[in-house]
Design a protein around this ligand. Structure first.
Ligand code: SF4
Ligand code: SF4
Length: 313
């Protein structure tokens, strides 16, 4: 266990790591956006699938999922993600106001002498339903996103997509994770591509992960955000390695390695600037499939081999 684990209660850590199946789960995350996290995820997933590993890739970057674009695959098998919203029966409501007081989001408003109305963002917590003694509130449903399951060349891609303008991204992250985890017995490995950052959606997406690849680049922003994400991973007692993308960008690669070492992540995968990677990215084809001998492909194939060896798959 890492030194910072003491900051979280052991039960929290245990709950975070709990999962109901034995299929290994590898998270792919990165503090900073735009470092090529999804490119890394897609290429490792394809490299594993091409080795015959039954692989699921979960695109949990629900505000802007683009795994399907990088794989040039259609989103398929849609399932709506919805949340509970209160529906008020005007005949039963006595205008007591208990529901308004119970709502911490101030989503309910009751004009003087009238009945409550839903005016704000509701997260579906159902507190208002619980406190309504006359039973005037029932459960309505509000769609907030979709999950999809697309299959391409031996790879299963689970995508979570928030409906633009909605704020319930955590609900969609949980839904896409649960959909993939529900199918876990079909797979030898599940890869989860999180959103960038070090916030609750990232933590939600990584629940149940066995190890994590943290993707970064050697720029000042990349280095700063790498530290944040590694601190978070330490707190969650989540080990793994670092992928240094665009390693030959002007910047401080040595600092990335120092920080990774300080957080117990001695293994650094370096991917340099690679024209063939850029070309395949533009074409929406994974470089490991289009140019398997490209310098970047060799690293992705090595990472895949390393993962397969680690889990005996
Ligand atoms: S708690 Fe129930 S009865 Fe009271 S104001 Fe709200 S809906 Fe009406
Ligand atoms: S379900 Fe929760 S958030 Fe929504 S209105 Fe009721 S108390 Fe507020």
């Amino acid at each position: 266990m890492t030194a910072m684990t003491a900051d979280l209660h052991s039960e929290v850590i245990k709950a975070f790591h709990r999962k109901e199946f034995t299929t290994p789960v590898v998270g792919i995350t990165g503090g900073k956006g735009g470092v090529g996290k999804t490119t890394v995820a897609v290429n490792i997933a394809c490299a594993l699938a091409d080795r015959g590993v039954r692989t699921a890739l979960v695109d949990a970057d629900v505000d802007g999922p683009n795994g399907a674009i990088l794989l040039s695959v259609e989103l398929a098998n849609p399932v709506a993600v919805d949340i509970t919203v209160p529906q008020i029966d005007e005949q039963r409501c006595n205008s007591c106001g208990d529901c308004v007081r119970a709502c911490r989001l101030n989503a309910l408003f009751m004009p003087r002498g009238k009945q409550p109305q839903l005016i704000g963002e509701c997260n579906g917590c159902e507190a208002c339903i619980l406190v309504c003694e006359p039973g005037a509130i029932s459960r309505g449903r509000k769609p907030v996103g979709m999950t999809y399951l697309s299959r391409i060349d031996g790879l299963s891609l689970y995508t979570g997509a928030l409906i633009p303008g909605f704020e319930e991204s955590s609900v969609v992250v949980q839904a896409v994770r649960e959909r993939a985890f529900g199918d876990a017995a079909q797979f030898d490995l599940i890869l989860i591509d999180t959103s960038p950052g070090a916030h609750c959606n990232v933590i939600n997406a990584l629940r149940g992960a066995d190890t994590v690849l943290a993707v970064t680049e050697p720029t000042p922003f990349g280095i700063h955000d790498l530290e944040l994400i590694l601190k978070l991973l330490d707190l969650l007692d989540l080990g793994g390695s670092v992928v240094l993308n665009r390693a030959d960008l002007p910047g401080d690669s040595r600092k990335v390695k120092t920080i990774a070492g300080q957080h117990g992540r001695g293994l650094i995968w370096e991917i340099g600037m690679d024209d063939l990677l850029a070309r395949s990215y533009a074409a929406g084809v994974p470089v490991v499939r289009e140019y398997p001998r490209a310098p970047s492909s060799k690293v992705f194939l090595q990472i895949a081999e390393n993962i397969a060896a680690a889990y005996g798959i």
